[in-house]
Design a protein around this ligand. Structure first.
Ligand code: SF4
Ligand code: MG
Length: 321
């Protein structure tokens, strides 16, 4: 399959505590992120809040400019593109947000919300746009008569379908889904994940599926990248990650997934402690204050990226020679 997006060595820091006559501190949100996504593939990006996953999604869309690094879309480095060229690329890279309540204007009719990207890009006549909106609603299991109703009349799950229909309006190649089911009830989550899966089969889309919860990405991702303090600390095909996690943080995350058998839950080891601040992150391995296997070098030297095999990477001193 064809490469859609390739990200290499992305860095982004934000100044904080800006005060006169004082140097700002830097919040190091993204600290050297690499990954790629191919056509028809779902790449799951997982980590606790504040780990930098949303910043990554903004960097991919150039809603933020990275300090260093490269993002290429279908072989083209998009960071050097003009605004006009970038507008064309943006048609092919769409985002679905976590909170369908916040991202849809409650005073707009559903038809206008879904059709707005077509209007912005000057695509089709009014009639043609209406026809396309109808098709998009069928595709996402929304009844066509909803077209004349308002976003506030709909439940969270329906609103997320509206958000997805809108994201599909420009026939994108890739969708960045930033916590698209986190605000929904568990029963609705499954429906929306199944919708994403069906759309991928029918349209051959690539997804970057962002979540704080491994159990969510498990059911949709082909590969998973686990983020911690602005870095991907482990990456592997989904099955392999769940069977054979190497990074102590990943193992901790997996063990916090509720098991169907509640009597087994007691044996689980939880990842304890808070995520350290990305402002002045710990020296060495960012996970060392919480890791049960910390050794002296973990406090001093950042762990190297270790390839366990061709598709399994971990950043941890335990696996370095
Ligand atoms: Fe733990 Fe050290 Fe590995 Fe970091 S590098 S995860 S502190 S063992
Ligand atoms: Mg976020």
């Amino acid at each position: 399959s064809q490469s859609l997006i390739e990200v290499s060595n992305l860095h982004k820091a934000f100044p904080v505590n800006k005060q006169l006559l004082k140097k700002p501190d830097w919040l190091k949100a993204v600290r050297g992120v690499d990954f790629s996504v191919t056509t028809g593939e779902t790449y799951g990006l997982v980590g606790e809040s504040g780990c930098g996953k949303s910043t990554v999604s903004k960097l991919l869309l150039r809603l933020l400019e990275p300090d260093t690094g490269e993002v290429s879309f279908q072989g083209q480095n998009i960071l050097s593109l003009s605004k006009a060229k970038m507008k064309q690329i943006r048609r092919q890279m769409q985002i679905v947000f976590q909170d369908p309540y916040a991202s849809l204007d409650p005073k707009w009719k559903i038809g206008s919300i879904i059709g707005e990207p077509l209007k912005i890009h000057g695509i089709g006549t009014k009639e043609e746009r209406r026809k396309k909106v109808k098709e998009l609603m069928e595709l996402t299991d929304l009844r066509p008569e909803f077209m004349e109703r308002y976003a506030h009349e709909f439940s969270g799950g329906q609103r997320q379908r509206i958000g997805i229909a809108r994201a599909l309006a420009l026939d994108p190649k890739i969708i960045i889904a930033d916590e698209p089911v986190s605000a929904l009830d568990v029963s609705i989550q499954a429906q929306i994940i199944n919708l994403f899966k069906r759309l991928q089969r029918e349209l051959g889309l690539g997804y970057i599926f962002i979540a704080h919860d491994l159990s969510v990405v498990r059911h949709i991702s082909d590969r998973v990248g686990v983020m911690y303090l602005g870095q991907i600390v482990e990456e592997a095909p989904t099955q392999k990650l769940f069977k054979d996690a190497k990074h102590p943080y990943t193992s901790g995350l997996i063990s916090t997934i509720p098991l169907p058998d509640p009597t087994k839950r007691k044996e689980l080891e939880l990842v304890e402690g808070e995520v350290p601040s990305p402002i002045n992150p710990p020296a060495g391995c960012g996970f060392h204050p919480r890791c049960p296997y910390t050794k002296s070098e973990c406090k001093e030297n950042p762990p190297p990226k270790v390839q366990i095999d061709n598709n399994h990477m971990v950043r941890c001193h335990l696996y370095a020679e």
